[in-house]
Design a protein around this ligand. Structure first.
Ligand SMILES: *Cc1c(COP(=O)(O)O)cnc(C)c1O
Length: 347
């Protein structure tokens, strides 16, 4: 990547800052499969505490965190209920079926968020013809939902209604940090009634590797077994966990800058002829917009030629993500470059 490039493809592109690299280089390590890595143990305890859960386990990716939850919570033939745009359905390579033998049934939420009534309507009577609905998965913030944030009451209602129906709940909180920064509501409040929760360190927080799955001690013991089975047992991984721990301590508050930059981008794009965006929809660090008079792929290519990287997520839809790799001046440049390309197409 050249210096002139502005990379808005994802917040996963964030590279470790020098101070982070320093603590990684100096991290105390041990064999984590034996439970001997003090840095990983510290990261797991610190994350569990923030989330208000008994225990946590460090894993290489958010996908593994979610899929360990699916594996622990379901048996082959069970069914998971989740929003039609869930990351678990779109971006985890069919893992519920491949790794757990579970099927997914979708609820058509709004921006990834559904109501307790929609959840209850999706339930079916106990009947030998039907798959057992065992798990409901929620995502906060919602990736394909545009970085949307669940209203706390609504999320709590779904989790409590699920428990009443003997259905467990999993919160995919890859960007839960962003939800908390946007609303001021602590992560532990969102996680409170979910049986398990996953969080990611390698997105906006800027660590190079890793996610954590948190829940009860019994649940996490089981997750450790399946982590080994899935090939996620790591040895002196305190080297990378140290980056995550640094991110947890130093990079959560600065997510506000990313949100401010995203908002600025949303407001700027709303003024560009040929671009459709509801700037009120930008509440965290994800900006989704639609192009007219050209395809999203054409816009992506033209932008790449001018040094701005974004991704197409639909025929006319583009996603731009702010992170610690971009600043407010970059946003000005991006708005003017998109404006230029859109006006050339309008001619
Ligand atoms: C990024 C993301 C994940 C995890 O992705 P990995 O690339 O496997 O780390 C999970 N859920 C959501 C909502 C995400 O945005």
């Amino acid at each position: 990547m050249t210096n002139e490039q502005i990379d808005l493809r994802s917040d996963t592109i964030t590279r470790p800052v020098p101070e982070m690299r320093q603590v990684m280089a100096n991290a105390e390590v041990g064999d984590d499969v034996f439970g001997d890595d003090p840095t990983i143990t510290k990261l797991e305890a610190a994350t569990a505490e923030i989330l208000g859960k008994e225990a946590a386990v460090y894993v290489p990716s958010g996908t593994m965190a979610n899929q360990l939850a699916v594996r622990c919570h379901t048996q082959p033939g069970d069914e998971i209920l989740l929003d039609a745009n869930a990351h678990i359905i779109w971006y985890e390579a069919g893992a519920p079926a491949a790794l757990s033998g579970a099927s997914c049934r979708v609820i058509q939420g709004t921006r990834g968020i559904f109501t307790v009534d929609q959840f209850l309507e999706a339930l079916r009577p106990a009947n030998i013809h039907m798959a057992s609905t065992r798990l409901v998965a929620l995502e906060n913030t919602h990736n394909r939902g545009g970085g949307s944030v669940w209203p706390l009451d609504q999320l709590t209602d779904v989790c409590l209604a699920a428990r009443e129906k003997n259905i467990v709940s999993h919160l995919d909180g890859a960007r839960l940090w962003n939800a908390s920064i946007a609303t001021g509501i602590p992560e532990s409040d969102y996680a409170k009634h979910a049986d398990s929760v996953s969080v990611c360190f390698s997105k906006g927080l800027g660590a190079p590797v890793g996610s954590v799955l948190a829940g009860s001690s019994i649940f996490i013991d089981r997750a450790r077994h399946f982590r080994k089975q899935f090939g996620g047992g790591m040895r002196q991984a305190g080297i990378i966990a140290a980056g995550a721990l640094y991110a947890l301590r130093h990079h959560r508050d600065r997510l506000k800058e990313d949100h401010d930059n995203a908002r600025k981008l949303g407001l700027g794009l709303a003024e560009v002829p040929g671009i459709n965006i509801d700037s009120d929809s930008v509440v965290t660090n994800l900006v989704y917009f639609d192009v007219e008079h050209m395809t999203a792929t054409e816009m992506v290519l033209k932008l790449a030629q001018s040094g701005v990287l974004v991704i197409a997520t639909g025929p006319s839809t583009i996603r731009a993500v702010t992170s610690l790799e971009v600043d407010s001046k970059d946003i000005d440049k991006v708005i003017s470059k998109i404006g230029k390309i859109a006006s050339e197409m309008n001619e």
